[in-house]
Design a protein. Structure first.
Length: 211
């Protein structure tokens, strides 16, 4: 399967340490670490992340061909889509500054354009990504790449649809991103390894789910 800018960037070299990139109120407003979350609040448990169910939220699990490994969680909400992936990260340094540059470079190699700007969660990329069919470009889609460095984890999100171009829609999908809880676990993991995701044991009625 060919990598796209939305795919995980795992097992890359980490030549230098980078500072963490996260909102100042992350530990209170989210995205939260499992130790920071309300233990009695209902969540859809997907392993590496927990999602708060809400009306009209549809959940999809993106599965890697061949290995059948769940590699991302897709959330459809309020006219927008949000793809999220949790990664292991060092305790004292972050991943987003370096990964952001690599995503921008990958988009440029595909003939697209990525502009860095300051967003709700800190630096983000606003990207125009070519849509190719039959070997020819048929259009471009707009996507926002966001990222937050937490305690021993990094959470990346890709926003498309209304949330990438409309301010009010963006607020709704950003609120959804903030509500995510990352479950890093205590097992040793190299930086950039995808924190394992899995199918939920049960799915509350507010959340639909397809593979």
């Amino acid at each position: 399967m060919n990598d796209t800018p939305e795919q995980a960037l795992e097992h890359e070299d980490l030549p230098v340490e980078h500072s963490k990139s996260a909102p100042e109120d992350r530990s209170v407003a989210g995205p939260l670490d499992a130790d920071e979350a309300n233990a009695v609040r209902p969540y859809v448990d997907l392993g590496g992340v927990k999602i708060v169910p809400r009306p009209e939220l549809q959940l999809r699990l993106e599965v890697e061909e061949g290995t059948k490994r769940v590699v991302a969680v897709g959330l459809d909400y309020a006219g927008s889509t949000l793809q999220v992936q949790p990664f292991a990260a060092p305790r004292s340094s972050g991943l987003w500054h370096e990964i952001r540059a690599q995503i921008a470079d990958q988009i440029a190699k595909q003939g697209g354009k990525a502009t860095e700007r300051e967003g709700t969660f800190g630096p983000e990329l606003l990207a125009e990504i070519p849509i190719v069919a039959g070997g020819s470009e048929t259009g471009r889609r707009i996507a926002r790449f966001i990222g937050v460095d937490g305690p021993r984890w990094f959470l990346r999100g890709v926003i498309a649809g209304e949330g990438a171009v409309d301010e009010q829609a963006a607020e709704k999908i950003e609120d959804l991103f903030r509500s995510i809880v990352v479950v890093r676990g205590n097992s040793p993991m190299p930086p950039r390894d995808l924190i394992p995701l899995h199918m939920p044991a049960t799915t509350p009625g507010a959340v639909g789910e397809t593979e």
